[in-house]
Design a protein around this ligand. Structure first.
Ligand code: ARG
Length: 461
């Protein structure tokens, strides 16, 4: 069979149904460049081990360069008879170097150690692209936070008004989560920087090849210490898929808020025309499709992770063909995030906030009740009692359909002698915000130090 990698012990070729099932070129072709890089490195260790002469190495590298150029230009493509990227590229090599020389490259390596290595190379490159996209999204959040320093908004728990916070504080909460995702990718890379090349099919090679030379050649920190682990483990892929899913979830949570904020009822933000869509029937519509697609794609990214984990569960060591299913989920994850991140960061960067509305709503819904309770604590009242007294003020205000600051000094005095007119100092958004000035708080001064720390960590990321 043309392009087949085995044949000796077979009397016939594969059934069409098997060949169709087996085929992976339609998704693993994107690894062709990494496969050729691996082949170059492998040719060098074969030469070092005395298995390729000087001339043979030169001829091999020349043929690989020619193949590389043809793959890049699209002149060389997988044939229908090719099963996977490795087999196809061996065919291409033999076409260029001849069977005598081209047939030597496969010594001491297996598609099992090849594919495990190439996947890591691909993911390490794409982790960098994704980290840059996440950092750009963080930058959009930071810019908006800096632009709106001092603007108050209703902080919520259970989606109910809870306490006033600064808009910048809220935006930076999303920034911190995304920054941790970038830090996770960097930390993940330490584990991804181990090369399985040299592990062979599962047991290593008898040919005296140097796996660390290949590893260094391909930009890894070291070669795998266990050839079974090298070929059979995919936890590094799964960990990548987890971080990708987490990024998706973090983007989805921001997006859900933007969707809410853009409703008539909230009217907190207006989306830029460039990042919103219209309706084919309702002329007035301006829809937050970027945010909705982000929310939707989080589900897809979670699916990529769970699909991969399900593939791995129950696999005996070492390589099993099930592992061919490792690629599409992680490719889908990188494709999805690389498509999504520029759209989300652009959407955030161009949001226009209705700051007047946010500010006017910030203290409403009795959002200053905690301030009353904490003010009482500062007057020496036990918090249990302070909570009750503030609650009584809320009850009174609610029964009258007014806010806490509408109650009179007499109303407060009637609830408790502790509630003197002085309590009014905390009955404003500014008073409430300014009082929360310790690290991590929402006071402007605390948010300014937070911004400085975030930027420091961003520079280091
Ligand atoms: N296409 C295979 C994969 O993606 C490469 C390894 C094939 N190994 C094998 N023993 N059939 O996993």
């Amino acid at each position: 069979v043309q392009g087949a990698l085995w044949g000796g012990r077979f009397a016939g070729g594969p059934a069409d149904a098997l060949a169709a099932l087996s085929k992976s070129t339609h998704f693993d072709w994107r690894l062709a460049g990494y496969d050729i890089a691996g082949s170059r490195a492998h040719a060098r260790v074969l030469h070092k081990a005395g298995l390729l002469s000087e001339e043979e190495l030169a001829g091999m590298l020349e043929a690989l360069d020619a193949l590389d150029a043809d793959v890049r230009s699209g002149a060389y493509l997988p044939a229908d008879s090719d099963e996977d990227v490795h087999g196809s590229l061996e065919r291409g090599l033999i076409e260029r170097a001849g069977p005598q020389l081209g047939g030597k490259l496969r010594a001491g390596r297996s598609r099992n150690d090849q594919i495990a290595t190439l996947g890591r190379m691909y993911l390490r490159d794409h982790a960098r692209i994704i980290a840059a996209g996440v950092l750009a999204t963080v930058d959009s959040l930071v810019e908006q936070a800096e632009k709106h320093l001092g603007v108050a908004m209703p902080g919520r728990t259970h989606l109910q008004h809870a306490q006033p916070v600064l808009l910048s504080h809220h935006l930076l909460a999303h920034a911190w989560a995304l920054l941790r995702d970038v830090q996770r990718l960097a930390d993940w890379d330490k584990r991804a920087a181990v090369s399985p090349y040299g592990s062979g099919a599962l047991a290593g090679s008898s040919l005296g090849l140097d796996p660390n030379a290949v590893a260094a050649d391909l930009g890894f920190d070291s070669a795998a210490w266990n050839s079974i682990d090298g070929t059979a483990s995919r936890d590094v892929y799964a960990e990548f898929a987890w971080v990708a899913a987490m990024i998706g979830v973090d983007l989805s949570r921001i997006s859900e808020e933007i969707i809410l904020w853009a409703t008539k009822e909230f009217s907190f933000v207006t989306l830029d025309d460039a990042f919103s869509t219209g309706s084919s029937i309702m002329p007035q519509k301006k829809n937050p499709d970027v945010a909705e697609l982000a929310r939707g794609k989080a589900g897809r990214l979670i699916g990529d992770l769970t699909g991969l984990l399900a593939t791995l569960k129950g696999l005996p060591l070492a390589y099993n063909r099930d592992l061919q299913e490792d690629k599409e989920p992680v490719f889908d994850a990188t494709d999805t995030l690389e498509l999504l991140l520029p759209a989300v960061s652009g959407m955030i960067a161009t949001l226009v906030f209705n700051t007047e509305r946010m500010e006017s709503l910030a203290p409403q819904g009795f959002a200053l009740a905690t301030d009353i309770a904490e003010w009482l604590v500062r007057q020496g009242v036990p918090f249990r009692e302070a909570h009750e007294l503030s609650g009584a003020a809320v009850k009174l205000a609610e029964s009258r359909g007014v806010e806490l600051w509408d109650l009179t000094d007499e109303d407060y005095a009637g609830i408790s002698a502790h509630l003197t007119a002085e309590v009014r100092t905390v009955l404003s958004t500014e008073g409430s915000l300014d009082s929360r000035s310790s690290q991590g708080g929402t006071a402007r001064t605390a948010v300014e130090s937070q911004l400085a720390e975030l930027k420091k960590q961003l520079d280091a990321a």
